[in-house]
Design a protein around this ligand. Sequence first.
Ligand SMILES: NC(=O)c1ccc[n+]([C@@H]2O[C@H](COP(=O)([O-])OP(=O)(O)OC[C@H]3O[C@@H](n4cnc5c(N)ncnc54)[C@H](OP(=O)(O)O)[C@@H]3O)[C@@H](O)[C@H]2O)c1
Length: 327
Amino acid sequence: MKYKAYLVEEIDGNFMGSIKNLDKPTLENGRILIKVNSSSLNYKDALACSGAKGVVRSYPFTPGIDVAGTIIESSDNKFSEGDMVIATGYKIGMSEFGGFGEIVHLPSNWVLKMPNNLNCETAMSYGTAGITAAACVKKIVDAGCTKSLPVLVSGATGGVGSVAVGILSKIGYEVHAITGKPQENEILMKMGAKTIIDRNEFLQDPIKPMDKALYSSAVDTVGGDILAKTLTMVSNHGVVSCCGNVAGASFTSSVFPFILRGIQLCGIDSAESSIELKKELWDLLSDSWSLDLTNQTKIVDLNEIDKEIEKILRGNQIGRVVIKHGE
Ligand SMILES: NC(=O)c1ccc[n+]([C@@H]2O[C@H](COP(=O)([O-])OP(=O)(O)OC[C@H]3O[C@@H](n4cnc5c(N)ncnc54)[C@H](OP(=O)(O)O)[C@@H]3O)[C@@H](O)[C@H]2O)c1
């Protein structure tokens, strides 16, 4: 049996994706075969599609770090044919063929049953971006950070940023959103932001060792100077959740925010989080932290992936992109 997949190949040093018919894998012990209904587009997928170093082990390869679908064969008695499931991260879309193909063959301990209240499409409108945003917010909530000051979110129109804005606002934090697209203020306000900060204005003044403590906490999805400045503006015992590097992989900081305000810089690695933490985050997203992402989610098919990848690499995506396979 054949299945359709968006396969990325290296041709003369260039990486190109196209839709190919591949052979269905044979079920191995400890694995399950999933008929993928939907995947989603994350920044990491765009890197995988464009051959960025350190993401995909070898090409030809089918990216897609997120998977939602139905089990067609299982070697694990915890799962049965017909179960609706989700899987995100680990080595999916890195060394295991991912959700941009109609079938995946994954270790069963990477897979979770679909939470109540979600279906394949709504789950993928969160995807890895959603559980990463939820993990960032959980650090802030678990530390008991005050709601009497706003929380800062960077990369606010992006996948992780937009979901973080929505969750924080839903649970009662005032959200200030840093964006390179200040013209999108209406969308950001609808997502739940109270104040929109133009990225260039945020970085206009030089970064000091300590600045006014305007924020209770922050979710930083971009890194670089924005993270460096954010650290100087978080009030006593606040948390800065750090998950991304689109603005830069390095930053400089003094020790003062840490030793004079006791702030915490919390790293987030959603891909390799334990399956128990992933379940907890999915349960939150399907219940008390659930959001209606309909207006900020675009649904596309395999033919439309190329242009969406270009957009995300240029920082021009807004919200989330779900990739839906045919029935
Ligand atoms: N650690 C983890 O577990 C984990 C999981 C998922 C994602 N990530 C990382 O988190 C980051 C965001 O991922 P995503 O999927 O949300 O990507 P995305 O949808 O492309 O969002 C990134 C957003 O960052 C902003 N941005 C883009 N270029 C920028 C620049 N040069 N300087 C400052 N801001 C810039 C843009 O928003 P505005 O225009 O609104 O500023 C953009 O929409 C990526 O670095 C990704 O690798 C990490």
